[in-house]
Design a protein around this ligand. Sequence first.
Ligand code: NDP
Length: 478
Amino acid sequence: MPAFEYAPAPESRAIVDIRTSYGLFINGAFVEASDGNVRKTVNPATEEVLAEVAEAGEADVDAAVAAARAAYDEVWGPMRGADRAKYLYRIARLIQERSRELAVLESIDNGKPIRESRDVDLPLVAAHFFYYAGWADKLRHAGFGPDPRPIGVAGQVIPWNFPLLMLAWKIAPALAAGNTVVLKPAETTPLTALAFAEICQQADLPPGVVNIITGGGEAGRMLVEHPGVDKVAFTGSTEVGRAIAKSVAGSAKRVTLELGGKAANIVFDDAPVDQAVEGIVNGIFFNQGHVCCAGSRLLVQESVAEVVLESLKRRMAQLRVGDPLDKNTDIGAINSGAQLERIRELSAAGESEGAERWSPPCELPDRGFWFAPTLFTGVSQAHRIAREEIFGPVLSVLTFRTPGEAVEKANNTPYGLSAGVWTEKGSRILAIADQLRAGVVWANTFNKFDPTSPFGGYKESGYGREGGRHGLEAYLAH
Ligand code: NDP
């Protein structure tokens, strides 16, 4: 069969207007950092500097928390739920109106393919605001007591893998429940959070209800440790999550942590192979594998391993790696040089520990941060690539013979965020899902998200739930 060539189909970036510099969003206005520090954010696909962004210092964190406190006491806390809902609906509609612009901006700053930012991230961001807007005047019916109250000021720290979506997961339920927020985006992906700050202005959200402070890990640390913060919400690495849990221990602060994962995607011998292969690909190569719930360990029943792997390799050879703004692209850029280094280091460890590495022939661009889709076979449970979160487009394949062995291997991880089960038998899905220590178990699908559905982990994947009715609990005192 002749190779099918795609013509380039680049999305125009003319729709975004990136300023040369951005301030901090405090009390409804953009302000410079008090000590004048800035850091640069780059396009990971080209290494082009996109903008200079203010670096929050201690005085700025103080100012943001004070603004959030005043807004909570004077405006947002006392406001009727139905009125808070109006603002949230307005924000949701503005996100929809500006979704193409936001999707392009996200792809430029993060490196993810436009197909994903346009078709997954942005629709989910708007859906979260719509969903939680609906709860704002119905909190008494959420199942958390007759008179649930907001907690106060929420300090929220988010990572770089789904910048705007993680912002939505944090801000929408917090505001719906009547809290005010100070949010710190990741240092490599601040731009969509700053665009969201403009949306708050457009929506006439009262000043101080949402504050966005940019900066590095130190700004995040100052925010979560600030005595004026009543509730901490963090998504990121288990290491930083552990440090946060220690720092708030003994205080009255409420905490939710959404940390790493090393999910098993289990394929039984009766699974439809083509469908399972699509699910495996979606499980690990979606968003370059920068997904906490990625199906990074494939557990395939030994009797079908050969046929599944053959089909998987054929499918991987079709994946198009390259320009994130090209609508044909399946795998975009790795978010940063540091993350690329980590993926390379763990992949090298896989080889040196004896696993067999395979990637399809794949031309990578000269500039920017890139990693070809990679598969490791002959992986044992002791290998680092089977135990540690790689957070990149790298799949570790293990086999099993019996359902019991599959469950044992799937649960043999310090994490417990998600898992996948592929089988044609409904009874087997229920029996296996019941035994998996994972917050989310997908059956014959993977990486499906919905604002109505709770998400969160067991063990070192963190605690608390985000999304759905359950996600309100973290923001209500009851
Ligand atoms: P981090 O956990 O360091 O970063 C997540 C967020 O926390 C960022 O906004 C970061 O700021 C901030 N932060 C860093 N240090 C502190 C601190 N002491 N107190 C408060 N906030 C802090 O993740 P990395 O970006 O370093 O990624 C490292 C690894 O973490 C990845 O390889 C991956 O395995 C995992 N990870 C998991 C994620 C998940 O969704 N579960 C998401 C991201 C990463 P800044 O970025 O500005 O330094």
